[in-house]
Design a protein around this ligand. Structure first.
Ligand SMILES: C[S@@+](CC[C@H](N)C(=O)[O-])C[C@H]1O[C@@H](n2cnc3c(N)ncnc32)[C@H](O)[C@@H]1O
Ligand code: SF4
Length: 452
């Protein structure tokens, strides 16, 4: 297996969308096309499954130097209200366009640091959203919290607004690592917000950890995971550190490449973490995620109801997801669109009464077919060949999978293709064989070239 990991460990997409963002149409999407695709999706699905709303809350009080998210660093809390007013204006633009009242199945507050915002402002935001919408049955509200900036009052307010699920950014407990990534937070502080969440009644708590951070060692990872398991979060995200210092404004600094674990050391940290989670009773979900068997994500996986979108894995699939706030990505199933990436450009467009997208992609019929296959693989580890794929395309995909087949990572029949459980970590490599956009744009790409 070790040799296979070495062989297939290549840079590859994470498939939170298909086509992946770098291969969206260079021409972008016409605003009218985006609106029409949203209305079509809404009419098809609002009554039967409801819609999802992602709200990006970008502010953080201090910069963590590993962070690759879209954020704005400030200590000035006066930014909260004007920002939320803009988000609600954007929501109203969508509601005016949709006509009928949306039924919301799920709202996710992502960041940045959502818990930068005051309890009062959370209330104003969620109440503002529901002025124009109803709750779909089993409505869920979830949010990302920074352990150093989450109070009992905020947890209680969000619970009262309907939240039963939250996630906290832990990253790593080692003091040397924490100093290097400018993210100092104690185990006691994490325990405090974790215990408070339990006391208030949250049913699913998730902890984000990262492997491959500067100065991490086997010992430090063992210690971080031991502490994590002690608090028994329902879900654990175990992300591979994405080193992307070339992205302007990301601010990955304070350490350099030499401080990062080498490729084989990083792989070992992944395998070690996975084993420790298994030993503690966690089950691997899709990719990067682990959950206790009692958690809804695990149940969704068992019932083949797992879905993957820009928020990662979710148990509550909806065809339409509207992204509000700067840099948010929306998904109408037939198209993707991303909002302006700075607070200023985003605010300006909304104030002009425009849906503030700046790029997107209208899916072709072929994109829609490939998307379904990639989603099936990422969520269920298998997909059925069906009539929608031409024989020629099917043969091309099979050809691209030949080494993967020879290496015994998948089972392939006339009916379907299935990634073996022990080869779960290679699922992205298998998806890459279906990724026609990647292959059209980079025909030289090898299916086994850094995914772990
Ligand atoms: C937007 S943050 C939200 C949580 C909150 N801001 C916090 O830091 O506690 C979501 C998660 O993305 C992950 N993340 C951010 N930058 C990353 C990177 N460069 N590589 C891998 N994961 C990253 C972190 O685990 C982080 O907790
Ligand atoms: S990791 Fe979280 S708190 Fe840190 S800069 Fe990124 S979004 Fe902000």
């Amino acid at each position: 297996m070790k040799n296979l990991i070495q062989k297939y460990n290549i840079p590859g997409p994470r498939y939170t969308s298909y086509p992946t963002v770098p291969f969206w149409d260079k021409e972008g999407i016409d605003l009218e096309d985006w609106k029409q695709s949203t209305i079509k999706s809404f009419n098809e699905s609002n009554d039967s499954e409801g819609i999802s709303v992602y709200i990006h809350l970008p502010f953080c009080e201090s910069l963590c130097t590993f962070c690759a998210c879209h954020k704005r660093i400030t200590k000035r809390h006066s930014v909260e209200e004007p920002y939320l007013q803009t988000v609600l204006k954007e929501w109203n633009l969508y509601c005016d366009m949709l006509g009928e009242k949306p039924k919301i199945r799920e709202i996710h507050l992502g960041g940045g640091t959502p818990t930068f915002f005051s309890s009062e402002n959370f209330k104003g935001l969620i109440d503002g959203i529901f002025k124009r919408a109803d709750k779909f049955r089993n409505f869920e509200l979830s949010f990302e919290g920074h352990p150093n900036h989450t109070s009992e009052e905020q947890l209680q307010t969000l619970y009262n607004l309907g939240s039963r699920r939250n996630s906290f950014g832990i990253q790593d407990y080692d003091p040397i690592v924490q100093k290097a990534i400018h993210r100092v937070q104690s185990f006691d502080q994490v325990k405090k917000v974790n215990d408070l969440s339990r006391k208030i009644g949250y049913e699913s708590i998730s902890h984000d950890l990262i492997f491959g951070l500067p100065f991490q060692t086997e010992k430090s990872i063992r210690d971080t995971i031991k502490k994590t398991i002690k608090l028994k979060p329902d879900r654990i995200a175990y992300y591979s550190y994405a080193h992307v210092p070339w992205i302007k404004g990301v601010g990955q600094r304070g350490f350099d490449e030499n401080d990062l674990p080498k490729e084989n050391e990083k792989r070992y940290l992944y395998e070690l973490g996975k084993q420790l989670f298994f030993d503690a009773g966690y089950v691997e979900i899709g990719m990067d995620h682990f959950a206790l068997p009692t958690d809804s994500l695990h149940k969704a996986m068992e019932n083949k109801k797992l879905h993957r979108n820009f928020m990662g894995y979710t148990a509550g699939k909806t065809q339409l997801m509207i992204g509000l706030g700067m840099s948010s990505i929306s998904d109408s199933w037939y198209a993707f669109a991303q909002n302006e990436k700075t607070v200023e450009a985003y605010t300006e467009k909304v104030n002009q009464g425009k849906i503030p997208i700046f790029r997107g992609h209208l899916l072709t019929d072929t994109d829609l077919i490939i998307r379904k296959h990639i989603l099936n693989l990422m969520c269920n580890l298998e997909t059925k060949w069906n009539n929608h794929l031409s024989l020629a395309t099917k043969n091309e995909i099979t050809d691209r999978l030949s080494e993967i087949i020879t290496d015994g990572l998948i089972e392939i029949s006339n009916d379907k293709i299935k990634v073996k459980e022990e080869a779960r970590m290679f699922v992205r490599n298998v998806c890459m064989a279906f990724d026609l956009r990647l292959i059209e744009n980079k025909p030289e790409v090898r299916i086994f070239s850094m995914t772990i």
